[in-house]
Design a protein around this ligand. Sequence first.
Ligand SMILES: N[C@@H](CCC(=O)N[C@@H](CS)C(=O)NCC(=O)O)C(=O)O
Length: 417
Amino acid sequence: MSSSASVFSSHWPIISPTTTTTTKRIHLSSRHVSPRMSVNQTPQPQAQSNSKTLLTALTKLLWGPSLPPGLLISTVRAAWNSTWQLMMSQLAPSDPSGGYTRPQSKFRLANSSRQNPPNPNLHLYVGLPCPWAHRALIVRALKGLEDAVPVSVAAPGQDGSWEFRGSPVQNREGVVLVPGEDKANKCRNLREVYRSRKGGYDGRATVPMLWDVGRKEVVCNESYDIIEFFNSGLNQLARNPGLDLAPDSLKERINEWNLMIYPNINNGVYRCGFAQSQEAYDRAVNDLFSTLDKVEAHLGGSRYLCGDTLTLADVCLFTTLIRFDLVYNVLFKCTRKKLVEYPNLHGYMRDMYQIPKIAETCNFSAIMDGYYKVLFPLNPGGIRPVTPSGCEYEVLFTPHNRESLSSAGKQTQAYVS
Ligand SMILES: N[C@@H](CCC(=O)N[C@@H](CS)C(=O)NCC(=O)O)C(=O)O
């Protein structure tokens, strides 16, 4: 690499007040320079545009109006690749073949505490783009636990943390959940909440997170534990205690579906998006679409995964399906087919969306912005692509005609209205 190229690869985006190259000696006056910026600090929009202007000015000074294209491409590639690898190694760890390995949740709920909650004074933390948090919101709504388990909705911040806002932001849907303040702890972000537990915590501050208000402790940050607990552990507080999304008679089938759907679909889309080798991506995308094909075939003769009864397995599948065409198909390269091309899966998704209270848990603006603009810098330009035709929000209300698959009629369980 030429010495002028190394100025870029080693100093970008760190720019010091006096930048020296061996080809040209240039002293930048302080008016050209922003304060030193480290790679750990994410520039705010204004700072981003300042650094863009500064970078453009610097390259013009060094090389004139146009940088030699070969040099430009190779330096950007080097900088891009190394920051990408650094980020992925820390945030999306992989196995030796480049396959994404999701870190384990730290706070799990023991079986015993699911039956007898230690303290019913609970609070739920969620973020709206997150499919795992969405599971908890759906079960909370279906069970009628909104009063028993208040929720604080965080928004993804520029540095990847979940942040709270002073006041809820109104959006056009009006009734759907929107980000707002931390109602339980008045923290500025979720990291602060995790840290405020006795003993502190410096690990990943993920959503969903169930918080014990009385003991100031994290109860659980694993979505499946939380939804099992909401389903059966808080019936004394639920407005719809009769709804059982995991009846004993179906537990085995639910488990079988989960064992297939979690690795290949729920986590499968992430395995596609975070693959760090072609081989790992090929494996993930094949697993994903062969499993979607199997579920599609099954749903041709069954209203829900386990027959007429909506279960936790359906909730888990739904939160991935509802993001599929809007996000995963494009951003995570889940491109073999769109969900809208699967008539049974798409009808099933609409069927679930139309169950009272589920639509209110879906905030498509937050989902799109979260993935394309903020959550993970997979899309550096931050441009939110146009919604594919046939995947518009209104389509979700079109008839699904799946009642005929259900022997028990239109609504198989009593949902809270
Ligand atoms: N296994 C966890 C996964 C939760 C998770 O990864 N949440 C993401 C958002 S989609 C998160 O909060 N990430 C923040 C971070 O990793 O720092 C669950 O199912 O609850």
